[in-house]
Design a binder for this molecule. Structure first.
Ligand code: FES
Length: 287
């Protein structure tokens, strides 16, 4: 057997790092494992096939340590009869599972299209600078993890910021900075709607399917906003005011043309229709 490094007088190349978790992972302490096993049994009993309980169990182990650790993935594999590779594949696919230690409050700024153009991009940039962290990074005090998130189906309240998956609607860079300052200072912060804030670990346990103990949590679960309900009201035959949204900082325009049920249906000024548009009126095809 030959050793090329010896023959050529060079050091052996370091092994390739594939970024895969080192397994087997250490187990939980006995008391923690016993407690989690009792919880897992309750979750698994809800499904006809035990492997269907993987998603809530990943939330359960996330509620224990604040993120999904190798130990947590080993636990899920053990109790569900899966391989750690199968569990890892799922845990690394969904962004709601965190892969590294993070803050008590996960502040997600929606930078999907509508929120982005309504100010989400500006909020995200200013929060990065204000907190001194980048995307998916945590402040030094361990309080806030900042990340940009995709659409949270709350576009009529754009731009939206989520804290531990509770809604903060119609945010501005200033309101978002005040909010994270309050979170870091331990002051009470209330979402725009829905239940009161709890920590990320507590949120993870609720997502695992355990009762939400927050006062009024079910009643305050929120609902669709007025803009979301416009279509429903139209379908019911209701005649709506012509304009349902208005530019920020301006008063609602009540006296809009009656023939258009909402601003979205009204003809828009474009370069084709507006002689003052920088691009000028477009010529009709064939002119
Ligand atoms: S684009 Fe932000 S909630 Fe839909």
């Amino acid at each position: 057997m030959t050793d090329d490094s010896v023959i050529q007088g060079t050091a052996p190349a370091p092994p390739t790092q594939l970024g895969m978790p080192q397994l087997p992972a250490p187990d939980y302490p006995a008391d923690v494992r016993a407690r989690l096993e009792a919880d897992a049994k309750e979750v698994i009993a809800r499904y006809p096939d035990s492997r269907s309980a993987l998603l809530p169990l990943l939330h359960l182990v996330q509620s224990e340590e604040g993120h999904v650790t190798r130990t947590g993935m080993r636990f899920c594999a053990d109790v569900l009869g899966l391989t750690t590779a199968e569990v890892t594949a799922v845990a690394t696919f969904y962004t709601m599972y965190r892969r590294k230690p993070s803050g008590d409050y996960q502040v997600g700024v929606c930078t999907n299209t509508l929120c982005a153009v309504m100010g989400g991009d500006a909020i995200f940039e200013e929060l990065k600078e204000h907190l001194g962290v980048g995307n998916n990074e945590t402040t030094d005090d361990g309080k806030v993890t900042l990340e940009h998130i995709e659409c949270n189906a709350a576009c009529d309240f754009a731009p939206v910021v989520m804290v531990n998956w509770e809604f903060f609607d119609n945010q501005t860079p200033e309101s978002a900075k005040r909010m994270v300052d309050d979170l870091r200072a331990g002051r009470t912060v209330e979402p725009t709607r829905g239940a009161s804030l709890c920590t990320f670990k507590e949120t993870a346990r609720i997502l695992a399917g355990f009762p939400d103990e927050r006062a009024g949590a079910v009643d305050e679960s929120g609902g669709a906003g007025p803009a979301s309900l416009v279509g429903l009201r139209l379908a019911k035959g209701e005649v709506l005011p012509a304009r349902v949204v208005h530019p920020r900082g301006e008063a609602p325009q009540d006296a809009a043309p009656a023939e258009h049920p909402s601003s979205h249906d009204a003809p828009q000024q474009t370069s084709a229709s507006d002689p003052d548009h920088p691009a000028g009126p477009a010529a009709e095809e064939g002119e």
